[in-house]
Design a protein around this ligand. Structure first.
Ligand code: FPP
Length: 220
């Protein structure tokens, strides 16, 4: 199955504890590691897509944006071994052309070193927005003079695989421009837990709930 997560609430988690917002992101990165490792060792989950940086996140103070970029770079450097040990393939969706050369190289290096792993694919959504992705897909189709069909649109997206289950943390009930096309038939689960407090135990509970839901895809 394809699990997608909107990791929300890092800032509020930190503020509630009298810490700087970036401390929430730091703890959030640790949770990314825990959840990815859990998913790699759960044979039912084949793809884990995480919303790490949206096309709208550039509007945050420069200091926070810079921190998130550095955190991502450090994470990929530090956790390469975790990807390898858990046989996780690393992929990215979104337009990373605006990222620094250094970060783009780190991303390419991590992708290359993990490209043959099959236990789990971890997809990070970076400078990602669903409308931007769909627009870029349509542009590609026009260039290639492809017929406009749902199948062709889907094929030209950054990520073609449908989402089975979406989780959003922090109690917000919205999709925030994340995988809109891919979530046409997704089950959705919203938890009040802030991302830095999210655990593989809670994920397991949600997965059990998901299994009980009856998915009909428009049939009866
Ligand atoms: C949402 O919390 C989170 C983000 C915008 C960034 C997500 C980043 C991480 C989880 C850490 C780094 C990721 C990796 C892959 C190493 P928010 O800041 O919007 O929280 P708020 O809504 O409480 O302000």
């Amino acid at each position: 199955m394809h699990l997608a997560i909107i990791m929300d609430g890092n800032g509020r988690w930190a503020q509630k504890r009298g810490l700087k917002r970036v401390e929430g992101h730091k703890k959030g990165a640790e949770v990314v590691k825990e959840i990815t490792t859990y998913c790699a060792n759960n044979p039912e989950i084949k793809i884990l897509t995480l919303y790490a940086f949206s096309t709208e996140n550039w509007k945050r103070p420069k200091m926070e944006v810079d921190f998130l970029m550095k955190l991502l770079d450090n994470y990929l450097k530090k956790e390469l071994l975790t990807y390898i040990e858990n046989e996780v393939k690393f992929e990215v969706i979104g337009d990373i052309s605006k990222f620094s050369k250094n970060l783009r190289e780190r991303i390419e290096y991590t992708k290359d070193k993990t490209k043959n792993f099959k236990k789990l694919t971890q997809v990070l959504a970076l400078n990602y927005g669903s409308r931007d992705e769909i627009t870029r897909a349509v542009k590609k189709m026009i260039e290639k003079e492809e017929e406009v069909t749902p199948e062709n649109i889907q094929k030209n997206l950054d990520l073609s695989r449908d989402v089975d289950l979406l989780i959003r943390t922090s109690g917000e009930i919205r999709l925030s421009n994340f995988l809109l096309w891919q979530m046409a038939y997704a089950e959705m689960y919203f938890t009040k837990t802030m991302w830095p407090d999210f655990t593989s135990k809670e994920l397991e509970k949600i997965l059990n709930e998901f299994k009980k839901r009856e998915r009909r895809f428009g049939g009866i």
